[in-house]
Structures are given as C-alpha cells and as structure tokens.
Write a protein that binds this ligand. Structure first.
Ligand SMILES: *Cc1c(COP(=O)(O)O)cnc(C)c1O
Length: 399
C-alpha cells in the first residue's frame, strides 16, 4: 500500500516509512528473515534460546492460576515496585520511594519511548553514543527532536572526552546513555560518567540511562548506575528491564526510577501508550528481583563462559574481536578476513557459513557508518552447542 504525500506529511509514523510508503525494514528483520529462510544459526537478534530461573517461570504460571489476569495498577503492582526499590538498594545503595519514584513499563522499550516523548520538544537535542540502539533514533524522530551523537572509538569503544564536551550544548535536552552498551558491550568509566553529570549540570540537561544489561557484566566488572554519582540523582531517569537478566525478553516487564516530578511527566505519557501490561509477569519478576545475589552472579558467569566460547570461535575463524565487558554481543572486525563491508558480509554469511549476524553500520547514522564498516555483531546468548556449531561453521571463512 502506498499513501499520499499530504498524509505522509501529517503522520508522525511517516517519519519511519520508506519513500514508497512501506514500513522501513530494519536490518534486524532482514537478517531474521534470512535466518528463517536459510535455516542458518541466528546470532543476529539478541534473545536467549534457553530459559531463565525456574522459580521465576513458575511464579508466572502460579499468578495466572491465582487470577492475576486483569489490568494491574497504572504504575505497576506494589509488590513489583517495592522489589525494584529493594533491588536498587541492595545492589547500588540507592534508596527509593516505591510509590513516588518507581514506574513499571512495557519493557525498557516503552520506558525509553515514554521518557523521550514526555521530555523532548520539537528541535530539542538528544545526545547518544554512536553506534546506538535503533529505538533511540526512531523515538527521537517521533518526538521531532534532533539526534546528536558522540562516536565510541575503537578498539575499546570509549567516547573521547573532548568530543563529549563539544557535543553537549544549551540545546541538549537529554543525554541518553546506554551503559552497559549495546552493540559494543562496553561499560563506561567513572570519569566518563562524572563528566556527563558535569555537562548535564552546566547545560541543564536531563540524563536518561538505559541499564538493561546491568547484571550481565563480566571479568569482575562492577556496574555503576549514573544516578549514584554526586549531583546526578535529581536529574537522572534510570531505565532497566527484566528481559535480559531473567531470559524473559518476551514478557516485556521494564521499569523507570526517577525523581517524582520528572516521573509524573513520564507517567502522563505512558498511561496513553500501553496503560499497563503483563499482570501475571509482574509478581514473577518481583520474585526474580528478590532472588539471592548468587543467582545474579550465576547468570553473569554462565554468559561469560558463552562469551568466551564464541570469542574463541570468532578469533579462530580469523576475525579480530573486542572482548565485551558486558551484554549479549561480540563486535568482530571482518577486515582481516578480507571483508570490508559488514552489511555485505551479513547478507552472504548464511551461505558462506550458515550463520546470521548484524552489521554495526545498522546502529549508525549514514555519516558515521563508514567508520564501523567492517564490523559485525554476533549474539552469544545462545546454548553452548549452538555457539560451538556456529564457531565450527565460521572457520570455513578462513581462506
Ligand atoms: C533489549 C534492549 C532494550 C529493550 O528492552 P525490553 O525490555 O525488551 O523492551 C532496550 N535497550 C537496549 C540497549 C537493549 O539491548
């Protein structure tokens, strides 16, 4: 179906359409279709192919049986809001009022959308790192904000501090930080986080942090929420989600913690997006967030060993990799194998090796894509036998 030019101008959704009026297809959809069509191993999309803690899954089944099947309260059930506040206290020493400073959302995705739509006016700048999670660009467009970025520099994907100073201006409304970072698996130093807080103060910007990988950190890395830094809390919106921690990406239970006045503005938008979601999943995630520390460290340790299996496989296959400190993904440089164009490689990878991956250029604006042209993202949140099979198949790339 095509739609007329005037309708396109009138529709915010048109921002996300192709010129012919069809939904702009993302590389993720293209690559997942390719995986389905070819039967290749899908290391493109970041979802686990194995279950999380059994207690959490059992709690959801029990909640359905117990009748938790109608609209939950608008800000989330009290048990979950309390569990989120307790979680922030236990892991980071952050004290929160579960009634005024915590909001349950339909995943981090809705949390990000509601936050940007609530706080960004037409023409306001929103700063993110680049490469960036694709939703950021789309939602900033929908809010008619201006998306500005600071590149993460290879090989360890850290931002240059002078770049950051130059990028934050009085027009900057939000500094949207993703830490730990998707797709690079980088985490950011206390110095970098402190600089972001300083710049936010100087230019009266609000900090929004997407911390969905907060528990998936490796090699002894300690996650530091920006809101724990001096002067940060009063201007920081912290977003996280249960999906990545508990292997429940399909449940879409996320949350926001923020100062009451900012949270009110976000609630005002959120109530008209989904209103509420996931009634039986909310008590299950409340239970999950209260599991002992060892469960959380165990989840990270298991993923770290998966990371190592895929890291070895990619290295043996001839890629140069940056070992991620966190998250679900390894970024691999295909240039040593003679592939300069990651997007091109990803289109032929199912045929060459029976594996699907995603090019890093998909997380970039066209201007910067060149810098990351030969980089490809592989997900390691998969069963060990799948990662071993993928590694063996990828060794066929060495010529
Ligand atoms: C997966 C992911 C999200 C989305 O989280 P949901 O809870 O599934 O909505 C948001 N941000 C980043 C960086 C992600 O990787």
């Amino acid at each position: 179906m095509t739609i007329s030019g005037s309708w396109q101008r009138a529709a915010r959704g048109a921002l996300l359409l192709d010129a012919d009026g069809s939904v702009r297809s993302t590389i993720f959809a293209e690559m997942s279709n390719l995986a389905t069509r070819t039967g290749a191993i899908n290391l493109g999309q970041g979802f686990p192919d194995y279950d999380g803690p059994a207690e959490v899954l059992d709690a959801a089944r029990a909640a359905i049986s117990a009748g938790a099947n109608q609209y939950p309260p608008a800000t989330g059930i009290p048990a979950l809001r309390t569990a989120i506040a307790e979680h922030q206290q236990r892991f980071y020493g952050i004290g929160l009022d579960p009634d005024r400073e915590v909001l349950v959302t339909a995943g981090a995705t809705e949390a990000i959308a509601a936050t940007v739509l609530a706080l960004v006016d037409e023409g306001d700048e929103v700063l993110t790192f680049e490469p960036f999670y694709d939703e950021y660009g789309a939602v900033i467009d929908l809010a008619r904000g201006t998306h500005t970025t600071v590149p993460l520099r290879r090989p360890d994907f850290q931002p240059d501090h002078d770049d950051l100073r130059a990028a934050v201006t009085d027009r900057t409304r939000l500094i949207l930080v993703n830490d730990p970072h998707n797709p690079t698996g980088a985490t950011f130093s206390r110095e970098t986080l402190a600089l972001l807080v300083e710049l936010a103060h100087e230019h009266d910007a609000i900090i929004v942090t997407d911390e969905v990988y907060e528990h998936l950190v490796y090699d002894g890395t300690i996650h530091t929420p920006i809101s724990t830094l001096p002067g940060a809390r009063e201007r920081t919106v912290t977003i996280s989600s249960a999906g990545k921690t508990f292997n429940t990406t399909g449940w879409k239970i996320g949350w926001i913690t923020a100062p009451p006045a900012i949270l009110q503005a976000i609630i005002a938008v959120k109530q008209f997006l989904t209103y509420v979601n996931g009634a039986p999943f909310q008590p299950a995630i409340a239970l999950g967030l209260r599991l002992p520390d060892e469960v959380f460290t165990g989840i990270a340790a298991e993923l770290q060993s998966k990371r190592d299996v895929l890291a070895n496989g990619l290295t043996a296959a001839g890629f140069t990799i940056t070992k991620p400190k966190a998250g679900y993904f390894i970024v691999a440089d295909a240039a040593p194998l003679g592939f300069d164009d990651g997007a091109e490689l990803c289109r032929t990878l199912p045929e060459l090796a029976g594996v699907v991956a995603v090019p890093i250029s998909a997380f970039c604006h066209p201007e910067l894509a060149g810098e990351y042209r030969s980089l490809v993202r592989f997900a390691f949140c998969k069963r060990l036998d799948v990662l071993e099979r993928a590694s063996a198949q990828l060794s066929a790339l060495r010529r």
